[in-house]
Write a protein that binds this ligand. Structure first.
Ligand code: SF4
Ligand code: SF4
Ligand code: FES
Length: 846
């Protein structure tokens, strides 16, 4: 435990751990020491001098080496002759901090006067106006008047695009360096920096495209002035016009907490619209960060392409009908189908939606299926991350194994947090067939051939235990590798161990083998059932884990099951859009979705749903934290949430189902799903004091709406932590063989990978991101491409499972030969490693 230090700040006694900075100690007792360059999530630099205070320290008697005392027995304190920066000075025993003396006040006034010499003071038209630390601190600590003349101010460029997402106003920049340090220290994307000298010092971008980082939007939150703004929001609204609603990002399994700022807008015909998405502080989930997909990727909710009324096929055409007619027909057909009903659901749905879907389907004796190509959610429920897990607390005592995963692409904020854990000393082991950005922070980087991910994990186990099946030759070779052996021993020896598995190059089947191998490794090394230990799946949808918890499972032969069902109820999934070979539907097809997807176009009935911005519900993140989201804007008249539509069908069938209140559905979940026992919307809305204090009243650590008053959620305990016993289970080695092939043997193998920016239905409507969305492409090793006489940028036709797609080729030296790296959701229907053929259409780069 850290040694505690006692000091006083403006007369208030405070006791804090040794090493605490004076500025943070002051915050603990409610004393505001103003800052600009300091940010509690980054290393201090002492650049702006705004935090100047007087500091006194006990006088040491040189003769005795003891603290000297005054006549009255009090410690003799000597105040330093110069002001000191509270953001770079650590506390010390007996220290006396004086932040409100005339000298300190004068120091701050001088700094503010200096900062404002060339500031445009265009607060009335500045996006930060109303939530600006410079504005606030000038009001609180600045001089009443300026001695500088307007004509003497430097006039710099005001609308400088640092890329198409972020704009810079050079006049407003106070050169605090927070944005540059964020990109270097937190995002590990040093794509912006300072240029020039003296008063010409300014922020520039070095990357092409400009400000090329998945985390760029965070700099607009931490910029203490209106210098950095997002293209999405700039000149969009004034902060005081905005209402706030708490939400949760729907794009990946991290479950970042969001605040939506909304207002009624004349341009939208008087409708309520979402003006911006901001991070909401949750130190256990996303701290105060979100990625740009979460920030800019919510526009699908307001797309004009959304289905707004129920449709029924009449004379071969989908035709608008009333809800009564649509639900009546669906009820009739589901009743007729009875146990021939197959309900296929996607991980976009909330827990309440999924629970009701399961109730309805079970009531009819039908079957449910989860639409995913990733398995293992049953294992994360057993040996997942222990309750109380927090990546921010992980350090040298923890080993983190990231396997078959490009973490930054699949779950950006987990990537940030894992990287920071590694920086604090955690042993980060990366096990992946090709280089990814996670390698930069890794302690150990191990490779295996595509298709051998489970064998590679079992090879680690081999070094520790004999309780495993025989491995295929690839696995045996890895097991003989001394590096594998030493890494396995290090993982086993670590006090805490976490395994993160993704879906790099995996299919549903191989993902099951991988998840099981990872669970086995954790069980054998006793890294289960405790906080900061366990298994974490990087799911492909935000609430895949919730779907597993609600009893949904992927089914191996989806195509056959779909064909043989007498009625299909497809909710939040687009199998035919993803893979045209799945287009042969059952006799009766109902699609419930936001959009007229490829599958919806084939349906007999299409039921439109509310977006998550228009309703409430809960999601369960990959870390198995159940979190509430709230309605941000009113629902359109006559529209319903998914759970409500399902319940209305159930009610027509005579079932007792909740159609109005999501909280009541959660109450039923708490009664019927053992892992969710005791949960309620009230419990999910509980908050606790969070550190560091950002946003809230003082606004100088951000100036945005970070405050979390709506709930930090509840992390579920995995079964093993609740006392259940877990046992090892082995997937037979035959199922974990390598798909890696040399061209001479079996030709090319396409392997699926996930990219953050894809061309899926939930991202395409966000036009602001269009320049960042890749055109359909595949990647090849240059030597392989040379053999095939394919140049970088050439156009090829890719044939996967009989479907032909035209894409461009990128060359990537990190790729093994024989492999065609194929991003998911870019138009190529790929669900696992698949033989592929390439036909060159255009060899020459355009
Ligand atoms: S742009 Fe903002 S965050 Fe960056 S240096 Fe200037 S004032 Fe600081
Ligand atoms: S990391 Fe995932 S959950 Fe968080 S903002 Fe990005 S896409 Fe959303
Ligand atoms: S020098 Fe302390 S906040 Fe800038």
């Amino acid at each position: 435990m850290a040694k505690m230090v006692n000091l006083t700040i403006d007369g208030k006694p405070v006791t804090v751990p040794e090493g605490t900075l004076v500025v943070n100690a002051a915050k603990r007792v409610g004393v505001d020491i103003p800052v600009f360059c300091y940010h509690p999530k980054m290393e201090p630099v002492g650049m702006c001098r705004m935090c100047l205070v007087e500091i006194g320290r006990p006088v040491i008697d040189r003769a005795t080496g003891q603290a000297a005392l005054e006549a009255d027995g009090a410690l003799k304190i000597q105040v330093g002759p110069k002001l000191e920066t509270a953001c770079t000075t650590p506390v010390s025993e007996g220290m006396v901090v004086l932040g409100s003396t005339e000298k300190a006040k004068l120091g701050r006034e001088d700094i503010l006067e200096f900062l404002l010499t060339s500031h445009p003071l265009d607060c009335p038209i500045c996006d930060k106006g109303g939530e600006c630390p410079l504005q606030n601190l000038t009001m609180g600590f600045g001089p009443g008047e300026s001695r500088y003349l307007y004509d003497e101010k430097m006039h710099l460029a005001k609308h400088v695009p640092l890329g198409e997402l972020i704009y810079l106003d050079r006049e407003r920049c106070i050169q605090c360096g927070r944005c540059v340090r964020f990109q270097e220290q937190v995002a590990d994307d040093p794509v912006i920096g300072f240029f020039q000298r003296g008063r010409s010092w300014q922020i520039v971008t070095f990357s092409e495209p400009g400000f090329d980082s998945y985390f760029s939007g965070n700099t607009t939150d931490i910029c203490p002035v209106g210098a950095l703004t997002t293209t999405d929001f700039r000149f969009g609204a004034r902060p005081w016009e905005l209402n706030s609603a708490a939400s949760v990002c729907t794009h990946c399994p991290v479950g970042c907490n969001l605040t939506f700022n909304v207002r009624r807008e004349a341009a939208a015909g008087g409708k309520w619209v979402v003006k911006r998405a901001m991070p909401r502080q949750n130190e256990w989930v996303n701290e105060i960060w979100i990625c740009d997909k979460g920030r800019f990727g919510h526009h699908y909710t307001e797309s004009m392409e959304r289905v707004t009324e129920p449709l029924m096929r009449k004379n071969g055409e989908l035709t608008p009908v009333t809800w009564d007619e649509a639900l009546g027909y669906v009820t009739e057909c589901f009743q007729a189908a009875s146990d021939g009903l197959l309900t296929l659901a996607g991980g976009r749905l909330s827990n309440e939606d999924l629970f009701n879907l399961r109730q309805l389907t079970a009531g009819l004796g039908g079957e449910t299926a989860l639409y995913t190509s990733m398995a293992g959610g049953d294992l994360t429920a057993q040996v997942g991350l222990g309750q109380g897990t927090n990546f921010s607390e992980m350090g040298p005592e923890t080993a983190i194994l990231v396997v078959a995963c490009d973490l930054e692409e699949e779950a950006p904020i987990w990537w940030l947090r894992v990287k920071q854990a590694a920086a604090r000393g955690a042993r980060l082991i990366v096990l992946n067939p090709r280089p990814t950005k996670t390698d930069r922070s890794a302690t150990d980087v191990l490779r295996y051939p595509y298709g051998s991910e489970a064998a590679a994990v079992l090879a680690l186990l081999n070094a520790l235990s004999t309780k495993r099946p025989d491995l295929p030759e690839t696995g045996q070779a890895l097991a003989r590798d001394p590096v594998f052996q030493s890494v396995a021993k290090a993982f086993a020896a670590a006090q805490n161990g976490v395994v993160i598995f993704g879906s790099e190059g995996t299919s549903l089947e191989s993902s099951q083998a991988l998840a099981q191998a990872c669970a086995n490794l954790l069980i054998v090394t006793d890294h289960v059932g405790r906080a900061n230990n366990g298994l974490l799946g990087v799911w492909q949808r935000a609430n895949d884990q919730g779907a597993w918890d609600m009893g949904f499972r992927p089914i191996p032969n989806l195509k056959e099951s779909m064909k043989s069902a007498s009625a299909l109820y497809i909710v939040a999934a687009d199998p035919a859009g993803d893979d045209p070979s799945l287009a042969e539907a059952a006799d009766f097809l109902v699609v419930q979705d936001l959009f007229l997807t490829g599958t919806a176009k084939l349906a007999d009935v299409v039921l439109p749903v509310q977006a998550f911005t228009e309703r409430e519900g809960s999601f369960t993140s990959g870390e198995r934290r159940v979190q509430r989201f709230y309605p941000a804007i009113p629902e359109s008249p006559g529209s319903f949430a998914d759970f409500s539509i399902t319940a209305q069908i159930g009610q027509r069938l005579g079932m007792n189902m909740e159609s109005r209140n999501a909280a009541s559905v959660m109450a039923q979940i708490a009664l019927q799903v053992p892992d969710y026992a005791g949960l309620s919307y009230t419990k999910l809305a509980e908050v606790v004091e969070q550190w560091p204090i950002v946003g809230r009243e003082d606004l100088y650590y951000g100036g945005t709406s970070y405050e979390n008053r709506q709930g930090i959620g509840v992390q579920l305990a995995p079964a093993v932590q609740r006392g259940a016993s877990v046992s090892l289970s082995w997937i037979q080695p035959a199922q974990v063989g390598s798909v890696q092939a040399t061209p001479a043997q079996t030709g090319l193998i396409a392997v699926p990978v996930t990219r953050l920016y894809d061309r899926g239905q939930m991202l395409l409507p966000s036009k602001i991101l269009h320049l960042r969305l890749p055109e359909p492409y595949v990647a090849l090793n240059p030597a392989e491409a040379g053999r095939l006489k394919i140049e970088d940028g050439a156009t090829v036709e890719v044939t996967v499972t009989g479907v032909v797609v035209r894409v461009t080729v990128r060359l990537d030296e990190g790729l093994p030969e024989g492999i065609v790296l194929t991003p998911r959701s870019l138009g190529i229907p790929i669900t696992g490693p698949t033989p592929v053929s390439l036909k060159v259409v255009d060899r020459v780069v355009a």
